[in-house]
Design a protein around this ligand. Structure first.
Ligand SMILES: *Cc1c(COP(=O)(O)O)cnc(C)c1O
Length: 238
């Protein structure tokens, strides 16, 4: 991890503005050392478990995209911030089929498309623009971890491509807990190549969190979902 990222996670940066700025600097440095253009990488701060006040503070600092992982918490926050112009909400958590249509009413993108039943549920949504989606791939054999198994990836991608209400951006993963993350990120990049003939424009890779975004950038990440390094320690859930 670059020094800046380590600092952002430690005690060096106490205010939200300082932590955000340290993460942005660390992302730029990681891009440069990986020979990548920083403009290829989109930072999406994850604000789950934090209140709308923290989101408002980030808006004041220039952030326009936010990721959330739970409904209805995400819906309530989006509603509380509805008077702020041009915010984008990304849903990154597991989605219950019966909640899918509600979630699609207030988000701009879903990173956690992991099964055909969810695609079916989203096929009849009514929106001004198609919902941007990422197919989440499970990098572990544990089905509880969320994501489609790599062997089933093409079938799910084809189903998304047939669904007019959805606009496939690319793939998403969470690196397996407690393992060196590079192998998983390299594998997601390879899976992105594997679906290229089916979905030539779905080139995005949503991968990299507070503790592993440098490794994700090295392996081609285009969307970073970073929570704690920016927001500080998450409040206890109530
Ligand atoms: C919480 C969460 C993140 C951010 O995790 P941090 O370790 O706080 O950066 C990213 N992706 C998903 C799917 C999450 O649930």
């Amino acid at each position: 991890m670059p020094e800046q990222a380590a600092e952002a996670l430690g005690q060096g940066h106490q205010t939200l503005a300082e932590r955000l700025s340290a993460v942005q600097t660390a992302i730029r440095e990681s891009c440069l050392s990986a020979g990548r253009d920083p403009s290829e990488v989109t930072l999406i701060p994850v604000t789950k478990f934090h209140g709308p006040e923290l989101v408002a503070d980030l808006v004041d600092l220039g952030v326009r995209r936010f990721a959330e992982s739970r409904h209805p918490e995400a819906r309530d926050k989006a509603a509380a911030l509805a008077d702020r112009a041009d915010l984008e909400w990304h849903f990154v958590g597991q989605i219950q089929t019966k909640k899918a249509r509600q979630i699609a009413q207030y988000v701009d993108a879903v990173h956690s498309i992991d099964r055909g039943g969810l695609v079916d549920a989203l096929s009849s949504i009514e929106r001004a623009h198609p919902l941007r989606v990422f197919v989440q791939v499970n990098m572990t054999p544990d089905p509880a971890r969320g994501g489609v198994q790599p062997a089933e990836l093409e079938a799910l991608v084809e189903q998304v491509l047939r669904t007019e209400s959805l606009d496939l951006q690319g793939l998403m993963c969470v690196a397996p807990l407690g393992e060196e993350p590079r192998a998983a990120f390299a594998e997601l990049r390879a899976l992105g190549q594997r679906i290229r003939p089916l979905a030539p424009s779905a080139t995005a890779l949503s991968m990299g969190m507070s503790n592993d975004f440098a490794e994700a950038i090295e392996n081609g990440a285009t969307h970073l979902r970073i929570g704690a390094a920016i927001t500080g320690k998450r409040p206890e859930r109530t």
